[in-house]
Write a protein that binds this ligand. Structure first.
Ligand SMILES: *Cc1c(COP(=O)(O)O)cnc(C)c1O
Length: 248
């Protein structure tokens, strides 16, 4: 390692350990016996940082833009063996015409928010399987719009009333597996209130679809609240990697 690389590695090691400690403490405080899964969100950071995460034992990596994720995943794949590759979680808004590309590298898509996308992803996975690029189905989470007066404006997920239709669509479609729900806390209300609604909705969905037992919620600033309200997967960027190079 160059000195610079080593410094970055040490910095990331410390930040990661601090976040893992926060997660453990939050789980204990919530009286949970399980530990929520950390997904490190590497958007805007280089493939070298993904390599560092893997060297530090992180397997789950999150990205929110297809172009960036596609090039990063191939950069990482070219330096690692197949068995060592990360599990890529696609967590951003997804245009239908990108579904085919995402199907080549993603293990999971957290941002399924409309029926059309389910069909496009299914077709993409079928093609990727035929091409020998993957053998597994795609894990799908339904992104829920938690804004109290959310309209279906295409931002930030499906409104709660549409979640069941979408769950049915995923469960009836080949090559995709319904895993659960995902959400981002709205800006204009305390995260805890929004996550409480999400937890209640997730419980309803699980009554009909017991396999949908993932709850992807919680970012750097609200991971404690998410853990308290049952998150099984946390998507953490800044508190592991630092401020993003180009915030948009
Ligand atoms: C960027 C992003 C995250 C991580 O947010 P941080 O504040 O950096 O922890 C989580 N979820 C989604 C959907 C994101 O786009």
């Amino acid at each position: 390692m160059t000195e610079e690389t080593d410094q970055r590695y040490q910095q990331l090691a410390q930040r990661l350990a601090a976040v893992q400690q926060r997660i453990d403490q939050a789980a204990t405080a919530a009286g949970r016996e399980d530990t929520p899964q950390l997904i490190v969100v590497t958007k805007y950071f280089p493939a070298a940082d993904v390599q560092h995460q893997m060297d530090l034992g992180v397997v789950d990596i999150g990205e929110n833009k297809d172009q960036e994720a596609a090039s990063k995943s191939s950069a990482v794949a070219s330096q690692r063996s197949q068995t060592e590759s990360p599990r890529w979680h696609f967590i951003g808004q997804l245009q239908s015409n990108k579904a085919k590309s995402v199907a080549r590298y993603a293990a999971a898509v957290h941002s399924v928010d409309r029926p059309k996308l389910v069909g496009m992803l299914s077709r993409g996975i079928a093609e990727a399987k035929d091409a020998g690029l993957r053998s597994t189905d795609l894990d799908c989470l339904i992104q829920v719009d938690l804004r109290p007066a959310a309209e279906n404006d295409g931002r930030g997920g499906a409104t709660p009333d549409r979640v069941f239709k979408l769950a049915q669509a995923i469960s009836e479609t080949d090559h995709v597996q319904l895993k659960g729900l995902m959400a981002v806390a709205p800006l204009d209300e305390p995260a805890a209130e929004a996550f409480a609604r999400l937890q209640a909705l997730a419980a309803q969905v699980r009554e009909e679809y017991p396999e949908a037992d993932w709850l992807s919620a919680g970012m750097s600033q609200d991971l404690e609240e998410a853990v308290l309200y049952g998150a099984t997967h946390l998507r953490i960027g800044r508190d592991v990697l630092g401020e993003r190079p180009y915030a948009r």
